[in-house]
Design a binder for this molecule. Structure first.
Ligand code: 6GU
Length: 246
């Protein structure tokens, strides 16, 4: 996969994209991530990227020309006429694991990071194919949001994680939060690991984990549970255990 990112603060990507899983994925050629400074696509002496808002009001607005020109140059280089061009904005659709899965299917992605008070609406209307927000809070710019999207998408590219199992057992990939995990020591400060995990009984362990995931989701994120695929026996088990927890 190739990901092109258009932004005003390219240095914000230096460290996060050069650590851990993303670093390894880039080294192994599983993803090619190219950062572009929107300022490099201006033509005036002062490299102007923003201007006053028509109609007045506070704050500057990002100009459309350098963003359109950068995007068009990238598409030309890639030899494509169509590709997802995603604007990171608090006005976008909410990012989620299923949006990450959808984005991970594309060979190319372009992410545009807005900044300042806003962005000329013609970028949204005539260039972007999608607008994404990472949550209901305001960030100073789209760069951190782009990093969140890149991280969530890259780990879904086949071959990026050690075993594909890792991604499919993650919280949210089955609609449930992840079950609790433990490692050595078996007893720490008097707190023991649940004995079922030491039993060696794989069937019982799987059932315990599934039930813990359901219980945890029911108590912490009941909104998610409505969308999870529970069988009748599991639904019955929840109503018994949530009403009268042991
Ligand atoms: Cl994508 N951008 C900004 N500036 N703020 C946000 C966001 C994006 N998602 C949530 N808050």
């Amino acid at each position: 996969m190739r990901i092109d990112i258009l932004c005003l603060f390219p240095e914000m990507f230096d460290s996060p994209l050069n650590q851990s899983i993303i670093k390894r994925a880039r080294e192994e050629g599983l993803v090619d991530i190219v950062i572009h400074n929107i300022r490099d696509y201006t033509h005036d002496k002062h490299h102007t990227v923003d201007d006053y808002s028509y109609g007045g009001g506070p704050g500057m607005v990002l100009k459309p020309e350098p963003i359109f020109e950068a995007a068009e140059m990238i598409k030309q280089q890639l030899g494509v006429t169509e590709m997802p061009i995603i604007l990171l904005t608090p006005q976008g659709r909410l990012f989620s694991q299923s949006v990450a899965q959808e984005l991970a299917l594309h060979p190319h992605l372009m992410l545009i990071c807005g900044h300042y008070e806003g962005l000329d609406e013609r970028v949204c209307e005539y260039l972007a194919t999608d607008e994404i927000s990472i949550g209901d809070y305001v960030l100073s710019g789209g760069e951190l949001a782009a990093l969140v999207v890149v991280d969530a998408v890259v780990r879904l590219i086949p071959g990026v994680l050690g075993s594909q199992d890792s991604a499919s057992s993650d919280s949210h990939s089955n609609g449930l939060l992840e079950y609790p995990q433990y490692t050595r020591p078996q007893v720490y400060r008097g707190w023991a690991v649940p004995s079922v995990l030491l039993s060696g009984n794989h069937g019982e362990i799987a059932q315990w984990r599934r039930r813990q995931a359901i219980l945890r989701t029911a108590t912490r994120r009941p909104d998610l549970l409505k969308k999870a695929n529970l069988c009748d026996e599991e639904k019955k088990w929840i109503s018994e255990n949530l009403l009268s927890p042991k």
